[in-house]
Design a protein around this ligand. Structure first.
Ligand code: CP
Length: 319
């Protein structure tokens, strides 16, 4: 694994999940693997879980991790080629990335989409510029369109939660939100569940909220949430803004929020969310405070997903 941007870099997903669960059982078993290696973690946007869990994962492998908040602690960056930098950007990624490549063995980057220009966002300009110019392995800490560390965590959590000898029914359902949010988590979850292949996978959302079929192909898609939830074993709640007419909020229907009444038509489904979550907008108190919610177990697993991926990147660098 040279870089980690999506499931496409993973050669053996089932092995990666097993590796993560082995780290959960024994966090320090590879405590020498990252000795004298440094992880740089660049945040162009806020984070709690990704930032802390990846630092812990690096430490478990014996690495040093340094966090840098771009734009807040340092100079604001320019990413466009041939930009005339007479505006607010102070430093071009063409200088910043190779400098960071001198400081770090692996470079983690978190960016968000603009939600204004679909072509720019879906070209993953920011993270690809770091790959182009840093000269070191790049680890996505969430990009404009995907959140692979979150999705690996989600597969790990599903595998350790669902123990029956049949495929689980997994439902990704859209939920209301007050802000226009990226499609990253929903895209990425769809991509990873489809690659994992171990599920009956259903996606449900209101009209106009179709995701990019590049990620959803293989799932059953329905506008009827009740139909989707019937007999579900696991439900993944997430808001996203519109993809086709890009970055819009067309619906805020509170009927789409999951409640205990809706949970009654499922197969005692466990409820997942990547967090942070808006209580009583995206998910009701009764769900989050009840026994069906596995959101904190899920967030805890972020450490083991990050550790398994960092270990792969470190091993690839040694070869
Ligand atoms: N789920 C997730 O990525 O959380 P943070 O934004 O807090 O990192």
């Amino acid at each position: 694994m040279k870089h980690f941007l999506s499931v496409n870099e993973v050669t053996n997903l089932s092995q990666l999940v097993d590796n993560a669960l082995a780290y959960k059982a024994n966090p320090f078993k590879d405590a020498e693997l990252g000795h004298n290696k440094r992880l740089g973690m660049l945040f162009l946007n806020p984070s709690m879980r990704t930032r802390i869990s990846t630092q812990i994962a690096a430490k478990n492998l014996g690495m040093d991790a340094i966090v840098f908040n771009v734009g807040q602690d340092g100079w604001s960056l320019e990413f466009e080629d041939e930009a005339i930098m007479s505006g607010t950007s102070v430093e071009h990624v063409k200088e910043a990335a190779p400098v960071l490549g001198k400081y770090f063995d692996i470079l983690g980057v978190r960016t968000f989409p603009s939600l204004k220009n679909k072509e720019d966002d879906y070209s993953e300009l920011y993270i690809n510029q770091f790959i182009k110019y840093s000269g070191v392995p790049v680890l996505s800490l969430e990009s404009a369109t995907l959140h692979p560390l979150q999705s690996l965590t989600d597969i790990i959590t599903i595998q350790e939660t669902f123990k029956e000898k049949r495929k689980p029914k997994i439902v990704l359902t859209w939920a209301p939100h007050v802000k226009a949010l990226p499609q990253c988590v929903a895209n990425s979850f769809s991509q990873w569940v489809n690659a994992w292949g171990g599920a009956d996978f259903v996606i449900t959302h209101p009209e106009d909220y179709e995701l990019d079929s590049k990620f959803t192909k293989g799932a059953t898609i329905t506008l009827d949430q009740d139909e989707a939830l019937k007999d579900a074993d696991l439900i993944y709640i997430k808001n996203w803004s519109t993809y086709t007419d890009y970055g819009k909020i067309y619906c805020n229907d509170p009927e789409w929020m999951l409640t205990n009444e809706k949970l009654a038509i499922t197969n005692k489904a466990k409820v997942m969310h990547c967090l942070p979550v808006r209580r009583n907008v995206e998910l009701s108190d009764e769900i989050l405070d009840g026994s069906s919610s596995i959101v904190t177990q899920q967030a805890g697993n972020r450490v083991w997903a990050a550790q398994a991926v960092l270990a792969e990147l470190l091993k690839s660098k040694k070869q």
